[in-house]
Design a protein around this ligand. Structure first.
Ligand code: AMP
Length: 279
């Protein structure tokens, strides 16, 4: 059974009437099995599950895909309702950003590299909206996907710094059978691009294998991934980086501790991201 709420007033009232633990999954909708894996975990681990659906305008850059972002609320609600009793909060932009809105939440170092470098202002939009969602939902645990690993790290930092009592849980990336990381943006790919896109996962897997065989030079791992992706004519690399898993600082020499290799690659106008953890 679903309960659907729209305004902050409705959300506050529903929350005040709830007892026990709350698992929360913030989303931008157009749901797929990756999102649903988070909702299942929230249901498993808590007395109540709350999902928000909000395409957050402030995390899109001026030249990005806000107006084209895929939406299908009816389908989203049908998918969630199959999982059990879930409260779905669907605020609109006016509800989140009333006239004369002027307060922002910003995490510093962790938002500088990678997605933060390529998408200026993106994380400021993310942390501001997630802080507002957390304030209303007051979750015991909130669930995020490893696919957006920098986002999960930034939210974890925000939760610690602002003393939210919420535990941030990071869940594995769900993939299609051919390895492509599930994403709402995969719906933008034409059939040729869709057929080419698994090269990202294949290249990352080759790095995992090289690492398992003892390769520790980050430059070798990164350039091998770049070569494999450059073999695919429809793929245009924006970045492939190896980063310290905790600080997200670039690793350019030997890997000494846990690291993440992440990438952003264009297929036509569609920008896909993916990553793998090493160590
Ligand atoms: P989004 O709707 O894209 O903002 O994503 C909402 C949440 O789902 C974020 O925490 C994402 O990291 C997570 N997510 C997106 N894709 C996947 C996936 N393929 N596997 C697991 N989690 C995902």
């Amino acid at each position: 059974m679903l309960k659907i709420l729209y305004t902050h007033a409705e959300m506050f009232a529903a929350r005040a009437a709830m007892q026990g633990t709350i698992g929360f999954v913030p989303t931008m909708g157009f749901l797929h099995q990756g999102h649903l894996s988070l909702v299942r975990k929230a249901l498993d681990e808590n007395d109540h599950a709350i999902v928000s659906i909000f395409v957050n305008p402030t995390q899109f850059g001026p030249a990005e895909d806000l107006s084209k972002y895929p939406r299908d609320l009816e389908r989203d609600l049908a998918m969630i309702s199959e999982l059990g009793n879930v409260l779905v909060w669907i605020p609109d932009a006016k509800e989140m950003y009333p006239d004369n809105f002027q307060t922002w939440v910003e995490v510093e170092s962790l938002t500088k590299p990678l997605e933060g470098e390529m998408r200026p202002g993106h994380f400021r939009g993310v942390t501001t909206v997630v802080a507002k969602l957390f304030n209303a939902v007051q979750p015991s645990k909130a669930y995020f996907g490893q696919k957006d690993f920098q986002q999960a790290a930034v939210i974890g930092q925000m939760a610690r710094d602002l003393s939210y009592p919420t535990k941030i849980v990071v869940c594995p990336t769900m993939r299609e059978a051919d390895g492509l990381a599930m994403s709402s943006r995969n719906s933008y790919l034409n059939p040729q691009e869709r057929a080419a896109a698994p090269v990202l996962w294949q290249a990352l897997q080759a790095a995992v294998e090289a690492y398992a065989k003892g390769e520790r030079d980050a430059r070798v791992l990164v350039s091998d991934i770049e070569n494999r992706i450059n073999h695919e004519p429809l793929a245009k690399i924006q970045y492939v980086r190896c980063s310290d898993a905790l600080t997200l600082a670039d690793v350019e020499g030997d890997l000494r501790g846990p690291a993440v290799i992440s990438l952003a690659v264009f297929f036509g106008a569609t920008r896909l991201i993916d990553n793998i953890s090493l160590g």
